[in-house]
Design a protein around this ligand. Structure first.
Ligand code: MRU
Length: 334
């Protein structure tokens, strides 16, 4: 996997042979972004199968179960992580054959999850790009591009496809405190694609919306509840509020694997709280920004209520309110 902690300064690939290293890499954000950590966890399961000394299928299933528990604990909010791991566990439960056959089947399933992700992103991008008009200025939050997925991206994939269609667009890139996924990763990706952009501090978004300089807001999601509430990177809620107040449409772009119909509302989505050091260790002129001994809170995600989300773009089409029946339809692809 690309070590995303080092970008944009260095592009380095980290290789792992142990599923426990994969779990640590997900927790420490070597790899990040909901679909990317789902695919990484699936390959973690394939490594666990390879590492297991089990001769019998039942013993291999038990080892896979143990690996699954460790992998899903790595990060709690993005449902794609448990979605991918559960998909592999279901395959293992139904499998009939030898232990080595199951090892091969798990690896093939991980590769399928990765390949499907790219195809799904391209389909989402085609649906979402139809919402973008020539000349639009778009605010984008966090990083939702090729780095956050297996390839192409969710919200950034939409922007990329619109750009390839020849639409002239300008992106205002929220820097996305405290891990700065926007300034570090989204800006790096946009530079590679030749898409014009400016980085803005997160708290400038309201200014640009209020002064009529923005036509659309696009973001991804880590989990969408059955009622359309969207959990995404911290700051998305404030952005969606400001967009709503100014009549600017705000779109979430999500594969259906990010929709969790088992949760009635966003209240039930677990929100990861990360190390305060991520907030306190930001440096200015080589010194930490906060006084020694300062404390901080660091929720990594927030929930944007469905009423602030204009539409949810999925691989099976664009979903408008009422979300409860319409998300159900799009997830089962009726
Ligand atoms: O903490 P991160 O960087 O993993 O959070 C990522 C996001 O919030 C993305 O916007 C989200 O995963 C959806 S897009 C792939």
């Amino acid at each position: 996997m690309i070590d995303q902690r080092l970008l944009p300064a260095r592009l380095e690939v980290a290789a792992f042979a142990d599923y426990r290293q994969v779990a640590r890499a997900i927790r420490e954000m070597v790899v990040r972004g909901a679909p990317a950590i789902g695919a990484a966890a699936a390959f973690g399961m394939a490594l666990a199968a390879r590492q297991s000394a089990a001769q019998e299928v039942d013993a291999l299933r038990a080892d896979l179960q143990e690996a699954a528990s460790r992998l899903v604990q790595a990060r709690p909010t993005a449902v794609n992580l448990s979605w991918a791991v559960q998909r592999i566990l279901r395959l293992a439960a139904d499998y009939q054959g030898s232990a080595d056959g199951l090892r091969q089947a798990v690896l093939a399933a991980a590769q399928r999850i990765a390949d499907e992700d790219v195809a799904i992103n391209k389909r989402m991008a085609a649906h979402g790009a139809a919402l973008i008009e020539d000349g639009d200025t778009i605010i984008h939050h966090c990083n939702t591009g090729a780095l956050a997925t297996v390839d192409w991206g969710t919200a950034l994939g939409v922007i990329r496809t619109a750009h390839e269609q020849g639409k002239r667009i300008h992106v205002l890139v929220d820097e996305t405190r405290p891990r700065l996924q926007g300034a570090r990763l989204t800006a790096w990706e946009l530079s590679q694609y030749g898409i014009p952009y400016d980085i803005i501090s997160d708290n400038a978004a309201g200014y640009f919306l209020r002064t009529g300089q923005v036509q659309k807001v696009f973001f991804g999601a880590d989990r969408v509840a059955a009622n359309g509430d969207v959990a995404n990177k911290i700051g998305t809620y404030m952005l969606a509020l400001a967009a709503h107040d100014n009549g600017v449409p705000a779109y979430a772009v999500v594969p259906t694997s990010t929709v969790d119909l088992s949760l009635a509302s966003g209240e039930e989505i677990p929100i990861e709280e990360r190390d305060p050091a991520e907030v306190l260790n930001l440096q200015r002129d080589g010194a930490p920004i906060a006084p020694a001994g300062a404390s901080a809170r660091n929720p990594a995600f927030d929930v944007t209520p469905a009423r602030l989300v204009t539409a949810i773009v999925t691989e099976n089409g664009v979903v408008y309110p009422p979300y409860l029946p319409n998300l159900k339809k799009v997830v089962s692809n009726e």
